[in-house]
Design a protein around this ligand. Structure first.
Ligand code: ARG
Ligand code: ZN
Length: 890
């Protein structure tokens, strides 16, 4: 039964103070919780409601006494207690078994230590509590554990006291001075070491920063610490937001369902997003660590100080915080630039990566059975709604507010938001209301972005009037129906527009009736189904450049000739659109090749496309990171959705053909860029160096795809002499797709070198699951994946391993997964069912690989259906997986 946003009711009793006492033991941890429950005057009368999930209740007293007959009731979701006083003290003792908790939600064990994950509803797996984000309380915590196995005892806030106890045990007491909801509670008891740094905040307070990891990983934490310091400074400088605690801790854990968690003062991270050094982490890993550290740190204000009233409001904190981390990353990328143009290009590279992710991950979600608005109206399992829509599209919606209100207006809105709502649990309406009030604007129409699902199509048509020297641009919008939302209304869409003159330079924009000269990029606000704008004072027909910087999360439909795309690839002054022109051209070429492949026609790459591509490849005045993005094809996931009906095999044939043909035709150019781009000196994570390495690896990919012995030789040498993981991994990725004998040797050498290193082995698993061959050889990837599951380093109970190997196969390798005999689907069903017995969240993420099954050809759908039905019919399937397969089949 779905939970509805419209059903929100405040609880009759909230909690003022929580005092927790943990006696940590792997099999029998005892938790004593003392709650001061207080009547909520804003809510209708009712009992105290406490949620509990898989708990053993040892005892419960009300104001020190046993409950009277009938006063305490057990319900499906926990307990209800009838009381008449306005303030009541509860003491609740529960017992839990962390060693048996494989869901990684609540209190669990990882490598001998104890860790928690409480968002969204994990706290109720620790003790009975009104486990909702609108219940904010003051927490104190006492932990005791075995001193030898768990020498470090951490919880939120400030450390009050530590001490030794009999029987080799010890304890610590912590106090969090800020009100917080239970989902932000955390504890850690483990054998860890910290890298520490002290810094002064903007008001001159000294704060202690710690990154806690296993001792063997201490040589991989300095980058996370640097990232934390950069984040702290950035939030001070850009938003005037300061760290509010004396101590801020990051803890790395090997078994973690998601990326990381923003628990107050005690962020808990998947090791993948903390640990990185030159030998083990690629440039992308360094970038990811920096952005996830920033994301969790930024949550301290957007999420913790101001939190969500209910889980339907998740994008209030997630969309806003993703937006903030994306802005941060763009600033970090631009920090090394020596000119405004270089900075714009560096920022565009971040924007490109964000949009690539949105198109590959969120657009398909919006087009399938899980489509939902960034603020959903209903859910069956909240864990299924930590989605690309809530996060990435949510960030796009915030970015549109910035575009509409300007830097200063946006900042004023943020300031007002904190001044009104600090310490509160609020809604998306509250946030947008502050943006509107601070700027004196009406954002009612804009709110439709919060309630309407689906990716809007923006259609653009231009009309040139030579006699009048004017150009009329007509923009129309249309959002296709989504599950449960058949009729769509027009949205408020900011469209950043430029007009390019015949010489390639931007023209000043003057709208009819205005005095010139205007800016070269202007934001048009489309609020209706269709509207026209006329630009005047033009001497020749301009080329429009629309949606600059990707100013709205829409699909732009515009009839552009190949020549026009090539022109914009060469001249568009907006670096994002320059890249996007290339992507659009590539998409056109690939879809045509795929159609030819499906029809059994010979494949041929249009010469004009080759010329436009080569012009970017050989332009060494461009930033290398930008060129690397410009040469990368659109993602397979995005392209699959653009093919109707979707058919992975001919698409793959098209991608292979295009990559090989370009590599072959431009061998000399790829080779000379490859040789010129070598980065000398010791590895440093730096945007300029990373850009060169990215372009170099991109060149190597095209060269090895073309299959010459020289290319294999280059890749082998790069693999053997690499001074860092970016080069080593780039070479391995190139070799893995070749048939050369060097392939096997490189895979073995990599495995040998990193045998004891879980995170690096994830790369090795993922690479093999996601690989194909450039040649016509047909490797049995499924058999390979199954064989790798037997590798001693693989484990179905470690999420990172599952995401790397199974996720690599189900999600990153469509042509192999959707093999014609349907064996991929049977394997999928088997693994989803097996995962679901222990960890529904991970199972559900894998289950989602088939949710978009209706986009495929009828033959493919017919092969997928039985697998979906098998999972749906499995007895005891979790609500998580049931929601995904249920929606897919309905
Ligand atoms: N709030 C975390 C973050 O985005 C994610 C936690 C997700 N947890 C979950 N059970 N789905 O930073
Ligand atoms: Zn987040």
């Amino acid at each position: 039964t779905p939970i509805l946003r419209s059903a929100y009711q405040p609880l009759a009793y909230t909690v003022a103070t929580v005092d927790l006492d943990f006696h940590l033991d792997p099999k029998a941890t005892q938790v004593t919780s003392r709650l001061q429950c207080v009547r909520n005057e804003d809510a209708p009368a009712g009992p105290i409601v406490l949620f509990g999930d898989t708990l053993e209740l040892v005892s419960l007293t009300i104001d020190g006494a046993a409950p009277a007959d009938g006063q305490l009731r057990h319900t499906d979701s926990g307990l209800e207690i009838d009381v008449s006083a306005d303030s009541v003290a509860l003491e609740i003792v529960t017992r839990i078994d962390p060693s048996a908790n494989l869901t990684l939600s609540g209190l669990y064990q990882s490598r001998g230590g104890f860790f928690t994950q409480c968002e969204a509803e994990g706290f109720r797996r620790i003790t009975y509590f009104p486990d909702r984000p609108d219940v904010m309380a003051r927490f104190t915590v006492r932990l005791e554990a075995d001193a030898a196995t768990c020498p470090v005892l951490l919880s939120n806030g400030n450390l009050l006291e530590t001490g030794a106890l009999p029987n080799g045990r010890h304890f610590a007491r912590w106090e969090d001075p800020f009100l917080k909801p239970s989902y932000l509670f955390a504890l850690v008891a483990a054998d860890l070491k910290a890298l520490e740094r002290k810094v002064d905040t903007m008001s001159g307070r000294e704060v202690l920063l710690q990154v806690w990891v296993e001792a063997r990983d201490l040589d991989r934490v300095s980058h996370a610490m640097d990232s934390l310091v950069h984040s702290l400074r950035w939030d001070e400088e850009v938003f005037g937001l300061e760290l509010d605690l004396d101590r801020f801790m990051i803890v790395a854990v090997s078994d973690f369902n998601m990326g990381a968690m923003e628990n107050k003062g005690l962020n808990i991270f998947n090791t993948k997003y903390v640990l990185a050094n030159p030998d083990t982490g690629t440039d992308l890993d360094f970038e990811n660590v920096e952005s996830v550290v920033a994301h969790e740190y930024f949550h301290n204000w957007t999420g913790n100080r101001v939190t969500c009233r209910d889980w339907f409001q998740l994008t209030l904190k997630e969309g806003l915080t993703v937006f903030r981390d994306q802005q941060f990353t763009a600033d970090m990328m631009a920090r090394a630039s020596d000119s405004p143009a270089a900075a714009a290009s560096a920022r565009a590279v971040t924007r490109i990566a964000n949009v690539r992710g949105l198109r590959a991950g969120q657009f398909p979600e919006d087009a399938g059975p899980m489509a939902h608005p960034i603020r959903p109206d209903s859910y069956q399992e909240i864990n299924n709604f930590y989605t690309a829509t809530v996060y990435q599209k949510g960030a796009e919606v915030i970015r549109m507010l910035l575009t509409l209100l300007g830097r200063e207006g946006f900042r004023n809105g943020m300031d007002l938001y904190f001044s009104y709502h600090d310490g509160q649990a609020v809604t998306c309406d509250d946030f947008v209301g502050c943006m509107a009030e601070a700027n004196g604007v009406d954002l009612d129409l804009f709110m439709r972005w919060y309630s309407q699902a689906g990716t809007p199509h923006l259609k653009a048509e231009g009309a040139w009037d030579a006699a009048a020297g004017s150009y009329t641009l007509t923009l129309s919008q249309h959002t296709p129906p989504t599950a449960g939302q058949p009729d769509k209304l027009p949205l408020h869409i900011p469209v950043a527009v430029g007009l390019i003159g015949p010489d390639g330079a931007d023209l000043p924009l003057v709208l009819a009736g205005e005095a010139g000269p205007g800016d070269t990029t202007r934001v048009l606000e489309l609020k209706e189904a269709s509207r026209s704008w006329t630009f005047t004072g033009l001497s020749a027909e301009p080329v429009p450049s629309l949606l600059r910087g990707f100013s709205a999360p829409v699909i732009l439909d515009i009839a552009e000739s190949d020549e026009r795309l090539a022109f914009r690839m060469a001249f568009d002054a907006d670096p994002f659109n320059r890249w996007d022109a290339g992507q659009r051209y590539m998409e056109r070429v690939i879809l045509a090749l795929a159609a030819d492949a499906a029809a059994g026609r010979p494949l041929e790459v249009p010469q004009a496309f080759g010329h436009a591509f080569r012009a970017l490849l050989i332009d060494d005045s461009l930033d290398a990171a930008f060129v690397a993005e410009a040469l990368a094809l659109p993602s397979e996931a995005y392209l699959l959705d653009r093919l109707q009906p979707a058919d992975p095999a001919p698409l793959r044939a098209a991608l292979i053909h295009l990559t090989r043909a370009l590599g072959l035709a431009m061998k000399a150019d790829f080779l000379s860029r490859y040789l010129d781009l070598e980065v000398d000196g010791e590895y440093r994570y730096h945007p300029l160096d990373a850009g060169k390495r990215a372009l170099r690896n991109q060149c190597l990919r095209y060269l090895t795809a073309a299959g010459s012995a020289t290319a294999i030789d280059l890749a082998t040498k790069q693999f053997e002499h690499a001074g860092n993981m970016t080069e080593r991994y780039g070479a391995l990725a190139a070799l893995v797709q070749s048939d050369a004998p060097a392939r096997v040797g490189a895979l073995e050498a990599f495995h040998q070198r990193y045998m004891g290193d879980a995170l690096v082995l994830d790369k090795w698993f993922q690479l093999q699951a996601g690989a194909w061959r450039w040649s016509d050889a047909a490797p049995d990837t499924l058999a390979q994946v199954q064989a790798l599951m037997a590798n001693p380093a693989f484990s179905l109970s470690n999420p990172n391993k599952v995401y790397a190997l199974l996720g690599g196969y189900f999600k990153a390798n469509p042509a192999e997964f959707h093999r014609a005999d349907g064996a991929g689907y049977a394997f999928w069903a088997e693994q989803v069912i097996a995962l679901d017995r222990n960890n529904p969240q991970v199972a559900s993420r894998m289950a989602r690989a088939l949710e978009g099954w209706r986009k495929f050809t009828p033959e493919i759908q017919a092969r997928i259906r039985p697998a979906l039905e098998k999972v749906a019919a499995t007895e005891g399937i979790s609500p998580d997986v049931a929601e995904i397969v249920g929606k897919a089949l309905s």
